[in-house]
Design a protein around this ligand. Sequence first.
Ligand code: PLP
Length: 400
Amino acid sequence: MVSKRMQQSLESAICIRDIFEEGKKLAAVYGKENIFNFSIGNPSVAPPAIVNEAMKEILDSEDPLTLHGYPANVGHPDVRTHVAEYLNKKYKTGYTMDGILMTSGAASAIAILCNTFLDRDDEVITFAPYFWEYKSYVESFYGKLVPALCDQKTLQPNPDTFEAAFSPNTKFVLINTPNNPTGAVYSEESIQKVAEILKRKEQEYGHPIYLISDEPYRNLAYNGIPVPYLTHYYKNTIVVYSYSKTLSIPGERIGYIAMEQTIDGFEEIVATATASIRYLGYVNAPSLQQKMLLKCVDASVDISIYEKTRDVLYEGLTGMGYECIHPDGAFYLFVKALEEDDSRFCQEAKKERIIMAPGSAFYGPGWVRISYCVPFKVAKASLPAFRHLKERYENGEIDS
Ligand code: PLP
């Protein structure tokens, strides 16, 4: 009945949403406050007040037929101009309105770019561990996702695995920093190496290889750590951005694709991506959300709340002897499982009422992901459960 392609894909997937739903069922049995559900990346900090205010103002002031009608597929021109100007001021870039395509979040932007670039069996390299949906996006367009495993000590891109991942079929590289699932912010040194290899490979194969930078967590970087803006390192960079996390509005579906006119094939790419918005059935990004950006393009949630939660978990867990890299961004902590089989480790954690996602779901076996977008008091209250879990391993109650 359903496609074999989807059947196979669903059979092999570890679905994080299912894990989340399971956590909700446990909460119904044991009480919400007794379940530590770290499975999903749904923002837990309230959107800034200006978001709702802006929407009310727009609803009251704009002509309803224009506001609720179809805008151009790529979005409202005033919004695209506003985004371009904001980016140019903030990152010293050279965007024009033509290079800003409004999208329904980052997810649709990546799908649009896959449709734009991929022919059957074309390859997309991404740094692993990676956001679990990348594989589905690429395979939906008959491409092949090629993981380049990050350095297992730092979780930064590893130049050797990256270089080895290229083939004449490589169409683009998908990079995500700050990273889901690891929380790593890729350093300037890592980015320079990535750019250097890309430039070399473009020369070797004699065609452009694009760097698609998926940046929904750009604003969620802590202690002032710099998040390099990739167009400064590599010309053929296309930025994908989303307001889902910056403004805590993932249900509203708003983001954009940004391209400078200097990238190879600019006009053809814009035209093909514009058609892809239609062909894939997105038609346009939500009109009210686009207009909201005229007033909120520089707004952000209070990230100090995430930072405080990260600190209590990172310090608590490493203090007990859990191993994890210091996560400088996003709202994820990637922790070494206490046994090789990360799925089994998650099952054991569930007995302590801790719900986490196994690293295997992100091409990071042997690790687990903690999504710490939970209330601070939940994170703090989970620490004795983590301690008990570790003690059970140390006392030989669980053979690892
Ligand atoms: N890319 C990464 C790395 C993500 O973590 C997510 C969502 O969690 C997305 C893309 C999709 O985000 P959006 O809500 O903007 O579609």
